[in-house]
Design a binder for this molecule. Structure first.
Ligand SMILES: C[S@@+](CC[C@H](N)C(=O)[O-])C[C@H]1O[C@@H](n2cnc3c(N)ncnc32)[C@H](O)[C@@H]1O
Length: 170
């Protein structure tokens, strides 16, 4: 990999931070995912998936168990969509996102509407197979769960947990 590509891959500007398989497998044991709405044919985590060309944001996720590691260029729209599909369409949505707790969307959608936040201990190494990145990500990560308990309109805020990189309490 040349230097400019390397620089891009380790900044949060790239949209291709592939979920570590171990972490996905652990979450999948519990949530039995049926849809990955932001993927490529190569990186899809579920047999049912949408690519950039399909535009997963424009599709219904009704009643699906959804896993999302969104493109980092527009996380806010994916968080808003996850919140909407969970509160209005019966979806359960689990998101792997950078832990950017100062953003407006974090407070508006996650603190107000998520069921759970798992803060990941340490930094993830994204990628799979021979594409695993040598260095850990330059940002902390969190797993956000919407719609697990179907608690529409509740106001107590999400439950917060600590999660090991490969096997946290779920
Ligand atoms: C961070 S990667 C995650 C890939 C894979 N789902 C995973 O978990 O490893 C985000 C993916 O979303 C794709 N993407 C970007 N915009 C999209 C859109 N509007 N609809 C569906 N996929 C999109 C990107 O091409 C990229 O492959």
């Amino acid at each position: 990999m040349d230097k400019p590509t390397q620089k891009l891959m380790f900044s949060s500007k790239t949209d291709e931070w592939e979920t570590p398989q171990e972490m996905f497998d652990k979450l999948n044991q519990r949530y039995k995912f049926t849809l990955d709405p932001c993927a490529t044919a190569h990186s899809a985590k579920c047999p049912k998936y949408y690519t950039k060309e399909d535009n997963g944001l424009s599709k219904s996720w009704a009643n699906q168990s959804v896993f999302i590691n969104p493109p980092y260029s527009n996380i806010k729209e994916w968080v808003a969509k996850a919140h909407q599909e969970a509160t209005q369409n019966g979806a359960t949505v689990v998101m792997l996102i950078p832990s950017r707790t100062d953003t407006k969307y974090w407070h508006e959608y996650i603190m107000e509407g998520a069921d759970k936040i798992y803060f990941v201990k340490g930094r993830l190494k994204f990628g799979n197979g021979n594409q695993i990145k040598k260095n850990a990500a330059p940002f902390p990560s969190a797993i956000i769960v919407f719609g697990e308990q179907n608690l529409i309109g509740y106001t107590s805020g999400p439950k917060i947990y600590s999660m090991d990189r490969s096997h946290g309490r779920l």
